[in-house]
Write a protein that binds this ligand. Structure first.
Ligand code: ZN
Length: 164
């Protein structure tokens, strides 16, 4: 079982710092150090469907999204296509315990990123996965869903809203 990392919660200032692009050498080093495994293990332990490196106090532009139960690692991700159509849905965040919010996001997006192997990938996603991409990319820019929410509610920890 890979080690897990502590998840930062608000008002930790590190959640507000934009993350920096990752070089191929750094990807190599992070892989050797088991950082990606630890990030995935942390997401699973916290029962999240996504996690950004920012949330564990790492300033690298990296996030994980759970897609069809498979964790996908995206490095230096960029959204370069967004649908004009938007949707409002509820979101929660591992870094904002006890709160969910209604957030308007693009319904579908196209993401470009590098994989753990340093390979370039392009993913077109809609609905929940598109929402995870947008939520995690926000983390890498120091933005939290509570900044964007049109409404916020207090919630129990076991609420069915996906936390990312
Ligand atoms: Zn989050």
């Amino acid at each position: 079982m890979p080690k897990t990392l502590p998840v930062l919660t608000i008002p930790d200032e590190r959640l507000r710092k934009p993350a920096k692009p990752v070089s191929l050498e750094t990807i190599e080093r992070l892989r050797a150090e088991g950082f990606f495994d630890a990030l995935i293990a942390t997401m699973r332990k916290e029962d999240g469907v996504g996690i950004a490196a920012t949330q564990v106090g790492s300033a690298h532009r990296i996030f994980v999204a759970l897609e069809s139960r498979t964790p996908q690692v995206y490095i230096n991700p960029e959204i370069f296509g967004r649908s004009i159509r938007t949707a409002v849905d509820t979101e929660g965040c591992l870094s904002v315990p006890g709160v969910i919010g209604a957030v308007r996001r693009a319904k579908s997006v196209t993401l470009r990123a590098l994989t753990m192997e340093g390979k370039s990938v392009e993913r077109r996603a809609k609905d929940l996965i598109a929402r995870i991409y947008q939520h995690e990319l926000d983390h890498l820019d120091g933005v939290l869903f509570i900044d964007r929410a049109v409404q916020l509610w207090e919630t129990k920890k076991d609420a069915p809203t996906p936390r990312v």
